[in-house]
Design a protein around this ligand. Structure first.
Ligand code: FMN
Length: 196
């Protein structure tokens, strides 16, 4: 789990994703991008899956997360993270807040690394007369988990539905990664084709 949070809201969601992945059987390390060490970089080079998270700032990934992304340029060129599993989540103050743009940026980041993106895998919640904001995936995202936190809320006031949705994402990534790993014992990942 690699994430950025400026004011703690996204940290609460990162914890939920991590708990979900652990409940799914994964060994999880949670890394805030501002505390990255050499050991963390080594760890990332050797994990099976990464889940990226950040708040939406100015309709896109936060600068803190993007600074991390830009530090991965050499790894991107070398294909160091090729065929690892990836997924993501974001959080914003607005109900929409242009979060889809942030998730799309995370997908592109993963694709540039030739990683396999795992979507949220939940149908849209809160879209019937009888449904409510307590539904899983209450904001109806598909690419990843999208959360909304009032800008004057404390980190422990993140919406419970968003916490459960993030927990689901972590669990799903653990399951997909395990399935992929089992498959690779029979059919290993192909090496990168030459550019020419
Ligand atoms: C610089 C900045 C830009 C922001 N831009 C957006 C935005 O584009 N859309 C939105 O809905 N909320 C926006 N917000 C609100 C944050 O997404 C929201 O407060 C979020 O919960 C912050 O998460 P954090 O505590 O993990 O940093 C912005 C906040 C900041 C500080």
């Amino acid at each position: 789990m690699v994430y950025h949070s400026g004011f703690g809201h996204t940290s609460t969601l990162a914890d939920a994703v991590a708990t979900g992945a652990r409940d799914g059987g994964a060994d999880v390390t949670v890394i805030h991008v501002e505390t990255m060490s050499d050991e963390h970089w080594d760890l990332l080079d050797n994990v099976d899956a990464m889940i990226f998270g950040c708040p939406t700032y100015m309709g896109n990934v936060s600068a803190g997360f993007q600074a991390f992304a830009e530090k991965t340029g050499r790894r991107c060129m070398d294909g160091t993270w090729r065929d690892k599993v990836a997924a993501g989540f974001t959080n914003s103050g607005g109900k929409s807040g242009d979060k889809l743009n942030t998730l799309s940026s995370l997908v592109v980041f993963a694709a540039q690394h030739h990683m396999h993106w795992v979507n949220l895998g939940l149908r849209t919640g809160w879209n019937h007369s009888f449904s409510s904001e307590d539904d899983l995936n209450r904001l109806g995202f598909f690419l990843g988990a999208g959360a909304q936190t009032n800008v004057d809320a404390n980190p422990d006031q993140v919406h419970p539905s968003d916490v459960r949705t993030c927990h689901h994402l972590g669990q799903r990534v653990a399951l997909v990664t395990r399935q992929l790993n089992i498959g690779r014992t029979f059919s290993p990942a192909a090496s990168a084709p030459a550019a020419s």
